[in-house]
Design a protein around this ligand. Structure first.
Ligand code: G3P
Ligand code: CA
Length: 312
């Protein structure tokens, strides 16, 4: 059985008291299924900008996702890719600051975030690629994201490529832990006004977070290249994570994964639901409804928070 449904049953029984009473309630506490805004409301605003996070809150997100990278001077910033050229004008602002890397057999110029200082990253325009109304949007630090979101929604940070940073002597899990502690969020479980759920594809990082921040939920991500997830593997995952975050194709291919994970107390949070990629479904709302209420997942990542169905 999932841990979230149990918690929500408790919430429902105390909800009236709390609404009338004194404690602020996070949206995540009130809702049966959890809406995670993927990179913010990224269908409508440039991903990982404050504009996208603000819109996600307006559209009712329970949690706002941040993918995390680290600048040359050791600051956590919100960025999906490990380089800046897809979502900023870094080519124009720092034309010589690329490295050449071979990707899929082709040499490519890449402006890695780890090679620029925060001051340099802040000179970039992270909005104009998406639309003229977003010109001037910046790459936010994680601290700026926390300041914007806290009290209005939960935080769902992903540690991106921590092993690559470790090879450079950068302790990404340590930076995340320090930031949470500095903000008083190191025990911000589901009963707080800014709940935090940690996520990563990197097992070693989640194991460390389990040791150092044992009360925070932790979601282990995996992609569709994974073979069938066995019960033995789920049992192993349950020793360091509180939930799984499979690519939605995995859940489509093995829908019994949901009940098998729930049987071990693991939540299930598939990714990514977007209006431009709905597979056999007519629209993204129907696709999300199927996953939430037919397959029984607890939460999901979507670029379209406004299309999230709250009811079956
Ligand atoms: O973190 C869940 C999902 O966002 C993983 O995919 O590549 O969008 O970070 P990605
Ligand atoms: Ca992510």
């Amino acid at each position: 059985m999932s841990t979230w449904p149990k918690h929500r049953l408790l919430c429902l029984s105390t909800c009236a008291i709390l609404v009338l009473g004194s404690l602020p309630l996070a949206r995540a506490q009130l809702n049966e299924k959890q809406l995670i805004a993927h990179r913010g409301a990224s269908a409508y605003a440039p991903e990982h900008t404050l504009a996208a996070y603000r819109l996600a809150i307006e559209q009712g997100a329970d949690y706002v996702e941040q993918d995390l990278g680290v600048t040359r001077d050791g600051v956590l910033v919100c960025l999906h890719d490990d380089s800046l050229e897809r979502t900023t004008n870094v080519r124009d602002i720092f034309p010589g600051r690329f490295v050449e890397e071979q990707i899929n057999g082709r040499m490519r110029q890449r402006w890695r975030v780890r090679d620029l200082t925060l001051s340099e990253v802040k000179q970039l325009d992270a909005g104009s690629w998406f639309g003229v109304e977003f010109v001037g949007a910046q790459v936010p630090t994680w601290q700026e994201a926390i300041d914007l979101i806290r009290g209005d929604a939960g935080l769902f940070p992903e540690l991106k490529a921590p092993a690559e940073y470790e090879a450079l002597g950068i302790d990404m899990p340590g930076l995340v832990i320090d930031t949470l502690r500095r903000n008083g969020l190191e025990t911000a479980g589901p009963n707080t006004d800014t709940p935090v759920i940690l996520q990563s594809f990197d097992e070693a990082s989640l194991r460390r977070l389990a040791d150092e921040l044992p009360t925070l939920p932790r979601v282990f991500l995996f992609g569709s290249q994974r073979p069938r997830i066995t019960d033995a593997r789920l049992k192993e995952i349950a020793t360091f994570a509180t939930g799984i975050g499979p690519a939605k194709a995995i859940v489509n291919a093995q829908p019994d994964l949901v009940t098998r994970a729930h049987a071990l107390g693991l939540t299930v949070t598939p990714y990514t639901f977007r209006s431009i990629e709905t597979g056999r479904f007519d629209n993204v709302q129907e696709e999300m409804r199927h996953f939430l209420f037919t397959l029984g997942v607890d939460a999901l990542f979507t670029d379209n928070p406004d299309r999230f169905p709250r009811q079956p």
